[in-house]
Design a binder for this molecule. Structure first.
Ligand SMILES: Cc1cc2nc3c(=O)[nH]c(=O)nc-3n(C[C@H](O)[C@H](O)[C@H](O)COP(=O)(O)OP(=O)(O)OC[C@H]3O[C@@H](n4cnc5c(N)ncnc54)[C@H](O)[C@@H]3O)c2cc1C
Length: 287
């Protein structure tokens, strides 16, 4: 197996263009597990760890750009205030060791329906920056990035460069059901992001469909009927929101849980996270 170690982004793109079969490796917390268990035996690994710019994040023109190689630990420590939904989800990933190595870029590369970064990225309208040597940069909205189980819109000669997310303007929450509190793949998960200036709520469902997805009808319901000036969240509206989120899920029975349980859990998490977010919003409005 070749181990290719570019030191610049241009070099990395050139390697991927010339050898599309080379498997990128960042933190290696998915790739190395697959190699160790003989799930795959790539002819070449494309190590991105020497490409320094992938490990940087910045805030330019009102958008936070998180490099594909930024580990979860940095998201938690540096971006908790800017991207609270993503930071919350990052706190639930694996263990400290996994969070030190694992990255949002790797989560996107793996495109598992159970990946924890996906629901908050969907809820916050994230855009994925990918690039190839031949065709240059493509900006892919998160909602268009996930195509199937572990399949994404990334072409064989492309690499993920960064994720672009607008800093939160309202409360964001992430909730995950697992069989224990740490080191657990989500049975299912849910994220909400309030966008008060647009009078809109974003959602993201994880591990309850072939791909991470938004609950679009539930978002439309709140866009039409949520009264942002009201003192309380209408219980009947909250109930309808939960049911529409559950209806947007299309889960399967597997070793981690049944489809029936997942649908129920999405309903509960949707109502719970929206209530948490609304209570925060009320607190901020009163302040
Ligand atoms: C013990 C353990 C616990 C875990 N717990 C969780 C959990 O709780 N939640 C969760 O979501 N995940 C979990 N994972 C999975 C894994 O940690 C995450 O998916 C992580 O985000 C992968 O990031 P990475 O940088 O290690 O990716 P890598 O393993 O380096 O790569 C993952 C995939 O992305 C591709 N890739 C990487 N970088 C790029 C790039 N720049 N461009 C294109 N493709 C790229 C790789 O080719 C590969 O297909 C766990 C893994 C382990 C081993």
């Amino acid at each position: 197996m070749d181990f290719l170690r570019p030191t610049t982004w241009e070099e990395a793109l050139a390697v991927k263009a010339d050898q599309p079969e080379a498997v990128p490796i960042q933190g290696g917390t998915d790739v190395m597990v697959e190699i160790n268990f003989d799930v795959r035996r790539p002819v070449a690994l494309l190590d991105l760890n020497r490409v320094a710019e992938l490990r940087e994040w910045d805030l330019v023109a009102g958008v936070c750009r998180v490099g594909a190689g930024v580990p979860y630990t940095a998201v938690i420590e540096d971006l908790g205030g800017t991207l609270p939904g993503l930071a919350q989800a990052s706190r639930t990933v694996g263990s400290p060791q996994i969070r030190n190595r694992g990255t949002v870029g790797g989560n996107l590369g793996a495109a598992s329906p159970a990946g924890d970064s996906h629901p908050p990225l969907l809820a916050a309208d994230a855009v994925i920056e990918v690039e190839s040597r031949e065709r240059g940069v493509r900006m892919i909205p998160a909602a268009a990035f996930y195509l199937g189980v572990k399949r994404s819109a990334l072409e064989p000669d492309e690499l993920i460069k960064a994720v672009h997310v607008k800093p939160a303007t309202g409360p964001q929450y992430f909730s995950k059901v697992g069989t224990r509190n740490a080191m657990v793949i989500a049975v299912c998960s849910f994220a909400v992001a309030l966008h008060p200036e647009e009078r809109r709520v974003g959602t993201g469902i994880g591990s309850a469909a072939p791909t991470p997805r938004r609950a679009l009808e539930a978002e439309d319901l709140l866009a039409r009927e949520l009264d942002w000036d009201a003192p309380d969240l209408d219980p009947a509206l909250l109930k309808r929101f939960g049911l529409l989120c559950a209806g947007a899920a299309a889960p399967i029975d597997d070793v981690r849980g049944t489809a029936e349980y997942r649908v129920h859990a999405i309903d509960v998490m949707a109502r719970r996270t929206l209530t948490w977010a609304w209570n925060d919003y009320l607190g901020r409005r009163a302040a």
